[in-house]
Design a protein around this ligand. Sequence first.
Ligand code: LLP
Length: 463
Amino acid sequence: MSRSAHPAGPRHADVLPEGHYSAPPADLNTLDPKVWAQTVTRTEDGSVSVGGIGVARLAEEFGTPAYFVDEADFRARARAWRTAFGHDADVFYAGKAFLSRAIVRWLYEEGLNLDVCSGGELTTALSAGMPADRIAFHGNNKSTDEITQAIEAGVGRIVLDSFQEIVRVAHIAQSLGTRQRVQIRVTVGVEAHTHEFIATAHEDQKFGIALADGQAAEAVRRALALDGLELIGIHSHIGSQIFDMAGFEVAARRVVALLAAVRDEHGVELPEIDLGGGLGIAYTSDDDPREPHEIAKALGEIVTRECEAARLRTPRISVEPGRAIVGPTAFTLYEVGTIKPLDGLRTYVSVDGGMSDNIRTALYDAEYSVALVSRTSDAEPMLVRVVGKHCESGDIVVKDAFLPSDLAPGDLIAVPATGAYCRSMASNYNHALRPPVVAVQDGEARVIVRRETEEDLLRLDVG
Ligand code: LLP
């Protein structure tokens, strides 16, 4: 569609309404490596490729919308975490970010462990061959069936989240004639957001057992007294999309203080601590994430220092990154449909997906980037809002971004950094068919989760 085809004319960067954006980038054709997967590049014909395959071919073969995962990038990031933490620590990938059997196999091959938080995630992990002793089982309301399934499978640890669960897990383990390795999840009184952390408010939430008021110490007391449990450590997860290490440092200090208190009271030195996940990634060029080696160094130093001060043996550390491993490795490919310029505001660009494949913008006001990937363009930037095809106005994929003003229906656009919490939180709203996940590497593309079909929908609807 040419510019003149927009009745009101596209909105350019000259006068901009309020929004969460910086000035348009100097060149809309440039792909910022911070937000795109490693092998994503513009080829000579101006289109974009991943793993050596152009997006036009990917769209033709797999349709749109679809998620494309850069397998080499995923493996490299998993390996970077593994290497950064070394052999004295464990990295548990948080499966809630995105889990499939191929992902489980990549994790296994790269030496990572896996954190699951439901019977479904556990079944996926086991069916892809992840050894049970490398799996941690989480959740604030695990069912009796889930606990039984986890213990029977022989999971390496169950992370206990409440006083009732301490008793329930001990009882089920004992009735199965075993002793289950467990950690206790504590809330350390640190609330971590993207850029700040706020002390104290954090006990007011459903996860964990508060350190404050001696609750966590009481949980340790009860767990140590039960034959069905082998208490191996303390767990803390402070939040998500965090860039600042200060919250982790406070958490580590408070967890180590609990270990010291446990040693003083029971004469037992718990051998492990888990500091959870939550490390931030770049969704836009404004985000500056930490590298795994910086995170490993910062956490290692603080734990060692605190343990020396408390004269404790340094426990084995584990972490649970989800988003930081899978998030940057994938993008969602959409075809542009209707384009609606709203004079004085912005141009609404509709795509063939929406909040059913990325709920994060509607749910968390999350920010994303977007680029025209089927060709280059020298047209002026126009301010756009990328929206989906669902029946509500909150169906926004990218709230504020710039795309070239000659954008036309049929163009392919891609939203980077959608590897985490997009497919895993996808829905069938409006009976949308959830998109496939396609792994791309070295010129080969392979479906790892297929697109849903109308038969899938009808199979569940038993009439
Ligand atoms: N460990 C525990 C105990 C967790 O609860 C979580 C995330 C993680 C690890 C992994 O966090 P990550 O490294 O991926 O940030 N749906 C939200 C994120 C919810 C995270 C819940 N727990 C989103 O789309 O941002």
